[in-house]
Design a protein around this ligand. Structure first.
Ligand code: SAH
Ligand code: SF4
Length: 348
């Protein structure tokens, strides 16, 4: 598909959007089938050394109460994932690079590997150094999710403090590839100032770096952040419908461009429509990530405003997510890791 076509489809609505989703679904069926796999996500800590301008748990947000779950609490979540047979866990947190934080994360990964050897392990803990990523890999972590946010250096600079580096983010992604992780990337669609050309560049970036997994979602305003100022909020509210549609179109295009990749449906889509995640599955996503974070921590992990499922408990999320998969007329699969076929093919 050339850039002109990509641009046309990114803006697709009505019949053109139906045509796009049909194309994406045909390829999904052909390459990976209609199974949807689960990842129970544990947002185990909201401490973060970084200060991204869009994120509600940035270090500069002094309004929130910080937490880090104990190993025992994480173990309870893992028992739950094991019992309900999600098959995989995602450990997500703010970015922490202190020796104590690294030791803690390593011990958690070791615990999972020892106690739940069948469980898939994805980490999403920011830009960690290569030596530590190697240790985590050796301890049993085998997937890593690190969004690029935007591949446009100018836009990246605009939404991050000067100390944050796009180059380092790309370097980390390259390190993850070298270390043979299943590597996931993604962006935010609808960042104030982002153009359709930026999104096309993101698609090319994803193709060029040949990622195995994607976890991308719409940008959602957070008022206690610099990017969530009143001017941007006004713009965001007025453009919600378009941001939602463009995110779905982006997912469908990714499915067409990289048909064997695992693509997750983002919870942030439910901010826009009650069945937002169902729409992403209809557009080409094949992974759903029910929250396993204990209810008492959920309102402290608000990366963005109006986050769904904050009042729910992990038990509420089982039937709800299974139902969403069925609503998309896809097949919910429990008890399997659901690794990326793209990764498998890369290894012949
Ligand atoms: N600290 C790690 C993982 C947690 S943040 C990291 O940054 O990689 C996970 C993702 O949340 C980020 O990559 C970002 O894309 C997303 N996020 C943060 N703030 C957001 C917002 N306001 N709207 C939508 N997504 C947001
Ligand atoms: Fe920290 Fe990640 Fe939020 Fe940036 S996006 S402030 S690294 S949690």
């Amino acid at each position: 598909m050339n850039d002109q076509e990509l641009k046309k489809y990114l803006q697709a609505k009505g019949n053109l959007q139906t045509e796009l989703f049909t194309k994406a679904n045909k390829l999904r069926e052909e390459y990976i089938g209609n199974d949807v796999h689960f990842r129970g996500i544990i947002e185990f800590s909201n401490h973060c050394e970084k200060n991204c301008d869009y994120c509600g748990i940035r270090s500069g947000n002094k309004k929130i109460e910080r937490y880090c779950m104990s190993k025992e609490e994480i173990k309870e979540c893992l028992d739950f994932i094991d019992q309900v047979k999600y098959g995989s866990v995602v450990l997500q947190s703010g970015e922490l690079t202190s020796p104590a934080a690294k030791k803690f994360l390593l011990e958690v990964v070791q615990l999972i590997n020892q106690e739940y050897p069948e469980m898939g392990i994805t980490l999403s803990c920011g830009e960690l150094d290569s030596r530590f990523l190697k240790e985590l890999k050796e301890a049993g972590a085998h997937r890593y999710l690190l969004r690029i946010e935007t591949s446009n250096p100018k836009l990246y600079e605009k939404i991050h403090p000067a100390s944050h580096s796009l180059k380092n983010r790309i370097k980390t992604l390259e390190n993850l590839k070298k270390l043979d992780y299943q590597v996931g990337c993604g962006n935010m669609v609808g960042i104030p100032g982002q153009t359709l050309d930026d999104l096309i560049t993101d698609l090319h970036f994803f193709q060029d770096l040949d990622f195995d997994m994607f976890g991308l979602g719409p940008y959602v305003i957070h008022e206690d952040t610099p990017l969530g100022n009143s001017k941007n909020k006004k713009w965001w509210v007025a453009n919600k419908e378009e941001i939602f549609n463009t995110t779905l179109n982006f997912i469908a295009l990714l499915r067409i461009l990289i048909p064997t990749a695992n693509i997750a449906t983002a919870t942030a889509l439910d901010v826009f429509k009650p069945q937002g995640r169902v729409w992403a599955l209809k557009a080409g996503a094949n992974i759903i990530m029910p929250s396993v974070t204990p209810q008492k921590y959920r309102d402290k992990y608000l990366l963005y405003q109006d986050k769904p499922c904050v009042d729910e408990d992990p038990t509420d999320c089982i039937d709800c997510t299974i139902e969403k998969v069925k609503m998309a007329r896809l097949n919910p699969v429990l008890g399997k890791q659901g690794n990326s076929l793209h990764y498998k093919n890369r290894h012949g």
